[in-house]
Design a binder for this molecule. Structure first.
Ligand code: FAD
Length: 295
């Protein structure tokens, strides 16, 4: 009940207050602000990932505008010589509108990033988009070596997806999955989601993939570090990935122990709509954000 009350009240919170709360998690509205944040993180020893906020666009023009901003983002990263890449949600490039359009835009961005020596990550959204996203990624990687994908340990299908994706040079960001999925197709309790995360990473490492461990769950991190040792993985085979503003002391802890840590930096004018949508769909996320702010 508290969750739905807070969610209903969110649109009433004045913009400056919302902006102040969001500032911890979102670099700003402009590309310039985002690049400055990535530079600041680089000075502190953390490489970055840039994400232009937006999803489920309804018009082709919006998808093409997103592509233009991502191309400028790649140019900005290259011009500043940053260790950073870009990460794109398929529905931000119009996957739900027209999968061919999304394929065309990813192809354009992958080629542009390739010319600049940069990497491009295809993100994973809710389960109705999984098949189309994997098909898009399979097509994309035929022509581009600089692309990677995201897999979600919550989904029961993930071990099979790992087996069908296996190939030389596969680069996967492993996540729990932020979308709450139906019981018939997903683990719904925390421990099975963690166990599936570790098992998926081991399966990926055995198949020769590089795995980005995107989590702020310290206990899960400890299990992943044990698995890394057990399988004799080297520092080239993995990195931790974390969200800007979330559990910074954990980044330090991992980095001090010699593990690479990369920070995901979201930006863009859509920050308010995006944050509200995300918080309203996932009560655990709202709890985490409020808990973080209180701490
Ligand atoms: C770099 C990165 C990229 C991601 N990309 C995707 C993607 O493409 N697709 C997808 O489905 N999911 C993605 N996720 C989200 C992921 O699936 C999880 O929903 C999210 O990371 C929370 O799970 P956790 O493993 O951190 O563990 P949890 O147990 O959920 O979190 C551990 C602790 O971290 C804190 N915390 C976690 N998340 C937040 C937050 N957002 N704000 C404030 N505090 C928080 C809380 O204090 C919590 O107690 C990504 C996550 C990261 C870190």
């Amino acid at each position: 009940m508290l969750h739905s009350l807070i969610v209903r009240a969110m649109p009433l919170v004045p913009r400056p207050i919302m902006r102040r709360v969001a500032a911890r998690y979102i670099a700003g509205e402009t590309l310039e602000q985002a690049l400055e944040k990535v530079e600041a993180l680089a000075r502190a020893g953390y490489p970055g990932v840039l994400d232009l906020l937006g999803e489920d666009i309804q018009r082709e023009e919006e998808a093409r505008d997103a592509l233009a901003t991502y191309r400028s983002t790649a140019d900005g990263i290259a011009a500043r010589g940053l260790d950073c890449h870009v990460s794109v949600k398929p529905t931000h490039f119009g996957l739900n509108l027209d999968p061919d359009l999304a394929g065309e835009l990813y192809d354009d961005l992958a080629a542009h990033c390739g010319e600049l020596g940069l990497f491009l990550r295809v993100e994973m959204e809710d389960h109705p988009t999984t098949d189309a996203t994997l098909a898009l990624f399979e097509r994309l990687r035929r022509d581009h070596a600089n692309v990677g994908i995201v897999l979600q340990s919550r989904l029961l299908r993930t071990p099979e997806d790992i087996d069908s994706l296996a190939c030389e040079g596969l680069d996967v960001r492993m996540v729990k999955g932020v979308y709450l999925e139906p019981e018939a197709i997903a683990h719904t309790d925390p421990e099975p989601i963690r166990a599936a995360f570790v098992a998926a990473c081991e399966r990926l490492w055995r198949s020769g993939a590089r795995v980005c461990l995107a989590t702020h769950d310290q206990a899960l991190g400890a299990r992943l570090i044990l698995a890394l040792g057990k399988l004799g993985r080297r520092v080239e085979d993995y990195e931790f990935q974390v969200l800007m503003g979330v559990q910074e002391q954990l980044w330090e802890h991992w980095r001090a122990a010699g593990h690479p840590v990369r920070v995901y930096v979201p930006f863009g004018p859509q920050w308010r709509a995006y944050s509200q949508r995300r918080l309203s769909h996932n009560p655990d996320l709202l709890k985490a954000v409020v808990g973080n702010l209180l701490r």
